[in-house]
Write a protein that binds this ligand. Sequence first.
Ligand SMILES: O=C(O)CCC(=O)C(=O)O
Ligand SMILES: [Fe+2]
Length: 201
Amino acid sequence: MEQLSFFDDNEGLRFPENLLEFTPGFIPGKEAIALLDHLISSTPWKQYEVEMYGKKVLTPRLTTWFGDPNSAYKLSGKSFDPHPWTNELLDLKLRVEAFAHEHFNSVLLNYYRDGNDSVAWHADNEKELGPRPLIASVSLGQARKFDFRHKEDHKRKYSLTLTNGSLLIMKGDLQHHWEHRIAKSTAPMRERINLTFRIVN
Ligand SMILES: O=C(O)CCC(=O)C(=O)O
Ligand SMILES: [Fe+2]
């Protein structure tokens, strides 16, 4: 397994290696696609509504939580009760835990159906995740560009491509100083699922 602990963008900016750890091929390609297909068809997907500038809009992707019964997640005053772990997700959780040397009590699944699906700039800094959360992100299917920008200086940008079967660990002060997104794409894009393993208190 090739492991990269720092990255260079086009301008030679080095992303701090104590914040990100990227492992392409964490799950072998064929297995990752089989898991993608399984999750697409067997997951109780939901499209949530969020309020933006006083208007209710549907999030441009499908989402589900799985986790321990005590890991309910609160977002904008709403509480999301997780679905109980399935065998496939428990198996993946164990593999990620062994690699990350961390235990997780929940996983958020995002399903990007095509290039119109996206996630807007944000940091995963809800207080339930703790001050310096370690988040382990597994990507299945279509490779998508993952962008970072520094919160105080939006010109400081960095991108990496989250490939099929890759694992990205986000840690340290990353969520304090950087935001991330998956932008929409005008190029044709196939299905992608991202799973972020988290500790929710
Ligand atoms: O899809 C991804 O790779 C990232 C998803 C994400 O940032 C999130 O769910 O907080
Ligand atoms: Fe995020």
